[in-house]
Design a protein around this ligand. Structure first.
Ligand code: CA
Length: 223
C-alpha cells in the first residue's frame, strides 16, 4: 500500500490485515520503487498524490517494465478523465476517495481473485472451509467457533498454504499492538486453533514458523 494519509493508511492496513493479507505500507514513491523492485508484492493499492511525486508515474514505470502486478488506484482525483487516465496507464481498478473501507476490501479481493484465479469467496483445504465474507469456518461440515485472532491466523495460513508463514507475520496480523509476551500468546492461539480444527493441518517449523500442509501427515509423530 502506497498512501501518505496516516489515518486512511492505518484504516486500510487494518482492514486488509483482518482478511489475512500481509500489508507493507509505504508513504512515499521512493520507498514504493524500492519495495516493488524486490518483486514480492502480489497486489498494489496506490494513492496518486504523494509527497515526492505522482503515483501515476510509478504505475507507468511498472507497466513499461512489463510488471503485471495488479494495481488498484485510490485517489481523491475523481473526475472521469482522471479515472480514464489511471486505467489507460495500466491500473486494474480505480476507487475514488472518499470510500468505505469495506468497498476497498471487496475490490482488492475481487482483483486478487481475477489475477490469481481464486474462483470463490472461500478457501478450502482437506475438509477445512473458510468463508471470507461471513468469516465462518467449517471442518468437515461442522461449524468451528474461532476467536478473531484464531480466524486471522487460519486465513493467513490458508492463503499461504504449502509455504512457511513466519511467527513474525502471524504476530503482526493476529496480535497487532500486543503488549507482553507476544510469542507465548501466539502459541496459545495456535494451540487453541489446532484443537478446534484438528491436528494434521498446521505443522510447526521449529525456530521459523508454521506451514499449512497440503497433504495429511504421514505419521502421528508429526505435529
Ligand atoms: Ca495522498
Amino acid at each position: 500500500m502506497i498512501e501518505d494519509d496516516l489515518d486512511l493508511g492505518n484504516g486500510i492496513r487494518i482492514a486488509l490485515s483482518e482478511q489475512g493479507m500481509d500489508v507493507t505500507w509505504v508513504r512515499q514513491l521512493h520507498d514504493a520503487f524500492r519495495i516493488l523492485d524486490s518483486g514480492q508484492c502480489e497486489l498494489v493499492v496506490l494513492d496518486l498524490g504523494l509527497p515526492d511525486g505522482d503515483g501515476l508515474n510509478l504505475l507507468k514505470d511498472l507497466r513499461r517494465d512489463k510488471k503485471t502486478v495488479p494495481i488498484i488506484i485510490v485517489s481523491a482525483r475523481d473526475a472521469i478523465k482522471d479515472r480514464l487516465s489511471g486505467l489507460d496507464s495500466g491500473a486494474d481498478d480505480y476507487l475514488a476517495k472518499p470510500f468505505v473501507l469495506a468497498e476497498l476490501v471487496s475490490r482488492v479481493r475481487a482483483l486478487a481473485r481475477r489475477s490469481y484465479g481464486f474462483d470463490s469467496d472461500s478457501l478450502e483445504l482437506r475438509g477445512l472451509l473458510l468463508h471470507m465474507p461471513t468469516r465462518r469456518v467449517r471442518v468437515n461440515g461442522n461449524l468451528a467457533e474461532l476467536t478473531p485472532s484464531e480466524y486471522t491466523i487460519l486465513s493467513a495460513m490458508l492463503i499461504r498454504a504449502d509455504r512457511v508463514v513466519t511467527r513474525r507475520i502471524l504476530e503482526e496480523l493476529a496480535l497487532p499492538g500486543h503488549q507482553g509476551n507476544i510469542s507465548n500468546t501466539l502459541d496459545v492461539h495456535m494451540t487453541n486453533l489446532r484443537r478446534k480444527i484438528g491436528d494434521g493441518y498446521i505443522r510447526t517449523v521449529r525456530g521459523v514458523g508454521f506451514v499449512m500442509d497440503l497433504m495429511p501427515p504421514v505419521n502421528s509423530a508429526r505435529k
